[in-house]
Structures are given as structure tokens and as C-alpha cells.
Design a protein around this ligand. Structure first.
Ligand code: ATP
Ligand code: MG
Length: 280
């Protein structure tokens, strides 16, 4: 995902709010124009208790490319994911992995089918409510880190909390705690260009954790990292899954990386072709 799309979709709510100008100014300072707005309303309707965290029911995603040309990226996919699972998603390029992840992350809507996120029917939510549920339930980690280059590690981690209107002192405390959790104590004031690739990804993981979301979605998070650093990052995901009870759904092309999960779902041509537990 491109950085601009990341910030617009993950953090952007498509509405006005007092943090809009703050965040837009930060993004503009960093050279990333941002046309979306922020707000603070919380949704409550339909936010009910459920045992399954993610229920994907017969979801199809069709991209219409004009003049009767269309592409079926996902074809009647059904799957459920429980709290505290660690799922690796695999499959060839173009098989629908990122499309699936974007739908789970409420970044994209399916053409058909139903998606329940922690009991909420995501298809019934408007864009403000979608932004809100995304902010509360999901942290995102991508291959390219998507850090703002002109802000330090703490400020990068604080950004998602601007949306929630968390007080400055508390923002700072939570960011420091998350940076410590990912092993970056002492690096809080470093800018991205003063950090290694693995450290930058740790900052991105801290940013994904800072709102206490129960789910982390990671699209090829080790794609830009060497083998040793990839293993370190995967061990961090394992720790977050086991100790902090965070559900992790992670796309990877590498079989070794998928083995860090507890379950592997494989896609081919927009369909799930296998779904099995990892033998440890
Ligand atoms: N916005 C879009 N418009 C049109 N087609 C798209 C769009 N996004 C994805 N596709 C197509 O949908 C199919 C699935 O794409 P997707 O990005 O989900 O694949 P992927 O499994 O993540 O692949 P990779 O491993 O290369 O990242 C591909 O054929 C892709 O070309
Ligand atoms: Mg992809």
C-alpha cells in the first residue's frame, strides 16, 4: 500500500474534527498531502459480544475495470478467526491476499458477502463509523513501514492517538510504553533515518499497538528485511500474540515466516485452497 493511501485510509475518517488540522499539518510537513479529516465520535450500535473476532461470510470482491471488463479478486470466501489467533496468509502473487486483508481491515468493501468484526456487521457502517471501528480494533503494519520521516519515533507512535483525542501527556506515556514493549527503549527520539530497517518496523508495530487494538494486520511486514531481522520481528509478533493476547493476521510469501503462526490459510485465484494448523 502506498504511504499516502495508508495515512488517508488507516487514519483518515472522511469527516471534520479538531485533530484534522494537526494531523494534516504533520503529514503536509512530511510531504504527504492528506485530504481526509478526523473526528472523535465513537460508535456503539451493534458493538456486541461475540466469540468469533472475525467472520467472513461468502465474500466476493470484483474490480470493474470498465467496458465490461472485470476481475474477481475474491470469490465467495468464508472464514472465521477467533480472538488470540496467529494466522499466516500465503498464496501466489495476485491470489487475493491483500484484497482479503484490506476487507478485514475495513479499508475496502466487498462487492458481495457479509463481514462481522467482533459482532459488528461492517457492511452497515458509514464511513465515520468504519474509521472509528478501524481505529479501535485494528493496528496495521506494512512492508514499507510508513513512518513520517520528519518526526521522531515517539511522535510517529503517537499519531493514531490524535484521532482519539488522547491528552498529550497520556499520548506520550503510551507511546513510550509501546516503544519499550517492542524493544526500542533509548531510541525514542530517533528519526526514521537514524534507525535500522528492523527498528523502523518496530516503531510501526508500536504505532499499531498504541490504541490497544485487539488485532494486528500485517501485509508482508518482513518483506524489506534481511533474514536475521525478519526472525527478530516475527519473534516480536509471537510475543505480542502470546503475552499481550493480540490476534495477528500476517501475509507472507515465505514459508519459514508463516511457520511462526499457529494457522496457515492459503489463497489461489481468489479462493481459500487450504486452512490448516501449523505443526510445532
Ligand atoms: N484496485 C484494484 N483495481 C483492479 N484490480 C485490482 C485492484 N487491486 C487488486 N487488483 C487485482 O486483484 C487481484 C488480487 O490482488 P491482491 O493485491 O489482493 O493480490 P496479492 O495476493 O496480495 O498479491 P501480491 O502477493 O503480489 O501482493 C490481482 O489480480 C490484482 O491485479
Ligand atoms: Mg499483496
Amino acid at each position: 500500500m502506498k504511504p499516502r493511501a495508508f495515512w488517508e485510509m488507516v487514519l483518515g475518517a472522511g469527516r471534520s474534527g479538531r485533530w484534522t488540522m494537526v494531523l494534516s499539518a504533520l503529514l503536509l510537513l512530511d510531504g504527504w498531502p492528506c485530504g481526509r479529516a478526523y473526528g472523535q465520535e465513537m460508535i456503539t450500535a451493534g458493538d456486541v459480544m461475540m466469540t468469533q473476532l472475525i467472520q467472513i461470510q461468502e465474500i466476493t470482491k470484483i474490480y470493474y475495470l470498465g467496458d465490461d471488463v472485470h476481475l474477481t479478486a475474491l470469490d465467495r470466501v468464508s472464514v472465521s478467526i477467533d480472538p488470540q489467533e496467529f494466522v499466516a496468509i500465503m498464496g501466489p502473487s495476485g491470489s487475493g491476499k491483500s484484497t482479503f486483508m484490506n476487507i478485514i481491515g475495513c479499508l475496502d468493501k466487498p462487492t458481495q458477502g457479509r463481514y462481522l468484526l467482533d459482532g459488528t456487521d461492517v457492511g452497515l457502517l458509514n464511513s465515520d463509523q468504519l474509521a472509528d471501528i478501524r481505529n479501535r480494533k485494528i493496528g496495521f503494519v506494512f512492508q514499507g513501514f510508513n513512518l513520517l520521516s520528519r518526526t521522531n519515533a515517539i511522535e510517529n507512535v503517537e499519531l493514531p492517538m490524535l484521532y482519539n483525542g488522547v491528552h498529550a501527556k497520556q499520548r506520550n506515556e503510551r507511546a513510550m510504553n509501546c516503544l519499550a514493549l517492542v524493544g526500542l527503549k533509548g531510541r525514542e527520539h530517533h528519526h526514521p533515518n537514524q534507525l535500522s530497517g528492523g527498528e523502523q518496523q518496530r516503531v510501526a508495530i508500536a504505532r499499531a499497538l498504541v490504541n490497544d487494538a485487539p488485532i494486528i494486520l500485517a501485509d508482508e511486514p518482513t518483506g524489506n528485511l534481511d533474514t536475521k531481522t525478519s526472525v527478530e520481528i516475527m519473534n516480536l509478533f509471537v510475543k505480542l500474540n502470546q503475552e499481550s493476547k493480540i490476534s495477528i493476521i500476517l501475509i507472507t510469501h515465505e514459508a519459514d515466516i508463516a511457520q511462526f503462526g499457529k494457522r496457515i490459510i492459503r489463497f489461489r485465484d481468489g479462493k481459500i485452497i487450504s486452512d490448516e494448523a501449523v505443526k510445532k
